[in-house]
Ligand binder design. Structure first.
Ligand code: F6P
Length: 338
């Protein structure tokens, strides 16, 4: 191995022997598959692996237990997370992080794998800067709003859940000639709306990343009414600048009182359920590579997959950069929904 002074910033020759794994932030289908991969890869290499309950909260409250290959049997197909999850406010205080460090130190845990979104990575980055514990982030969020990876664990399952539901809504919308406004998850990100909207042939897709032109929406609906196109599906991300489906419906009902308008909010069903094959595969691959990173001294990175290759982004960059919606998709939406 290279000498320390020759190593790039995220590389180290420090030896990791005991690792902790936790899931943090909103759960996402496939987190269990990632935990399983971390535990089994760690055990394969002779590392002690510890599960930390409820994200950073369990680290502070000392809710930590040793795991082995058997303890992750029969979980690859399960949604949610056996380690539970939380958004810990205390971890954002220096006292909380100091407590968490003491609990790791007394067990000799000297490496961490954090499965979560950008908020969880922010915590990891602070922690690894303050204490000598390398952290590896795995993108676990249904929102797919993390740059540096073509996939986030859980997005594929969530978007397929949304597609299945929207297809059903279209059946009833069609039977009644109705206008449906369907709200999908995405407080700051429109990927679920964009992908599920395109896949279900939605007439309009409203997302936080683009400016929503209500006048254009109303005139396109009026024009469709004129040519007797009475079935319309609008997919809106909960974080659109106009608000969610209820707020958009209010406006439409006022402007187009003749339209038979209904609202459906899909909500948290998008977060649950058995992960798709894709989510199980990427979770397994990322979990395996997280441990490889810790063993090879590639520290404080997020493990992503870009163009089918592993991509390691320093946690600092993973936090700053947001996944952008490609212009190509936006064009496709416009042309195909006419
Ligand atoms: O997991 C991400 C996300 O689904 C966002 O899109 C959503 O706004 C948020 O979680 C809601 O999370 P919770 O209900 O757990 O606060």
């Amino acid at each position: 191995m290279q000498k320390k002074e020759e190593l790039p910033k995220e590389m180290s020759d420090k030896k990791v022997t005991k690792i902790g794994v936790l899931t943090s932030g909103g759960d996402s289908p496939g987190m269990n598959a990632a935990v399983r991969a971390v535990v089994r890869t760690g055990n394969y290499h002779g590392l002690e692996v510890y599960g930390i309950m409820r994200g950073y909260s369990g680290m502070i409250e000392d809710d930590i237990f040793q795991m082995d290959s058997r303890s992750v049997a029969n979980i690859i197909q399960r949604g949610g997370t056996i380690l539970k999850t939380a958004r810990s406010k205390d971890f954002f205080e220096p006292e909380g992080r100091a407590k968490a460090y003491e609990n790791l130190k007394k067990r000799g845990i000297n490496g961490l794998v954090i499965i979560g979104g950008d908020g969880s990575f922010r915590g990891a980055q602070k922690f690894s800067n303050e204490f000598d514990i390398p952290c590896i982030g795995l993108p676990g969020t249904i929102d797919k709003d993390i740059a540096g990876s073509d996939f986030t664990i859980g997005f594929d399952t969530a978007v397929n859940t949304a597609v299945e539901a929207i297809d059903k809504i279209r059946d009833t919308a069609d039977a009644h000639d109705r206008l449906f406004i369907v709200e999908v998850m995405g407080r700051d990100a429109g990927y679920i709306a964009l992908h599920s909207g395109i896949a279900t042939g939605a007439e309009n897709i409203l997302i936080p990343e683009t400016k929503t032109d209500i006048e254009e929406l109303i005139s396109s609906l009026t024009e469709k009414e004129k040519r007797k196109k009475l079935v319309n599906l609008i997919v809106v991300a909960e974080g659109d600048e106009y608000g969610g489906a209820n707020e958009v419906a209010e406006i439409i009902k006022k402007r187009l009182p003749n339209a038979d308008t209904r609202v459906c909010i899909l909500g948290h069903i998008q977060r649950g359920g058995s992960p798709t094959c894709l989510d199980r595969l990427i979770a397994s691959r990322m979990g395996y590579h997280a441990v490889e990173c810790l063993l090879n001294g590639r520290f404080n990175v997020m493990v992503g997959i870009l163009n089918n290759k592993m991509n390691y982004i320093p946690l600092d960059n993973a936090i700053k950069a947001k996944q952008k919606i490609s212009e190509d998709w936006l064009k496709i939406v416009k042309i195909l929904a006419s």
